[in-house]
Ligand binder design. Structure first.
Ligand code: PRP
Length: 187
């Protein structure tokens, strides 16, 4: 399907159709791996809400839902990998098969923190499913079992990802024009 991109989008990096196909692939893997045992999807707000909604609707195994909301401390302390929990889980994860659902892994600090945090609650298993992985300079100390797309180090928005809370509703992943964020890298 041809798409007319938002005027603030320099180019569409991953189209709506590409995302849809990838979700079908990921859902098939997840269905195969968990089967009737099912899985607890834990979405990391806010970015993951769009991906999680589509992924969940492609899964035909028993699934439960929970969400966490986190925010990183300032850039000065982000290197410590400490994030602030704004919303904790509603349910116990002890003994459950847990799949953390993210929209993007960038530095990996958020997911590293969440893995430590959740492992301490002794789930039966704990894996990661991220739509995007901005594979960067530094290696990350965890395995991402389900990855949608590895992307270059560009600033992307859409499909849950924002800049200053905008663009989350775009149905594709796009590269934001420099002018749209004032020419300064938002990271
Ligand atoms: C984004 C994204 C991840 C995190 C990845 O969230 O959703 O949670 O950053 O970055 P990292 O690998 O460098 O830690 P953000 O803090 O932008 O909040 P949001 O999901 O509410 O947009």
């Amino acid at each position: 399907m041809s798409q007319r991109a938002h005027p603030d989008i320099e180019k569409v990096l991953i189209s709506e159709d590409e995302i849809k196909s990838k979700i079908v692939e990921l859902a098939a893997e997840i269905t195969e791996d968990y089967g009737d045992a099912g899985v607890l999807l834990v979405g990391v707000l806010k970015g993951a809400f769009v991906f999680m909604a589509d992924l969940a609707r492609s899964l035909s195994i028993p699934i439960d839902f929970d969400f966490m909301a986190v925010s990183s401390y300032g850039t000065a302390t982000k290197s410590s990998g400490v994030v602030r929990i704004l919303k904790d889980l509603d349910y116990e994860v002890t003994g459950r098969h847990v799949l953390l659902v993210e929209d993007i892994i960038d530095s990996g600090l958020t997911i590293s923190y969440l893995l430590r945090y959740l492992k301490a609650r002794r789930p039966a298993s704990l894996e990661i499913c991220s739509l995007l992985w901005k594979q960067g300079q530094q290696p990350v100390p965890f395995e991402v079992k389900y990855t949608g797309f590895v992307i270059p180090s560009v600033f992307v928005v859409g499909y849950g990802l924002d800049f200053a809370e905008r663009y989350r509703n775009l149905p594709y992943i796009g590269v934001l024009r420099l002018e749209a964020y004032g020419g300064e890298s938002p990271h």
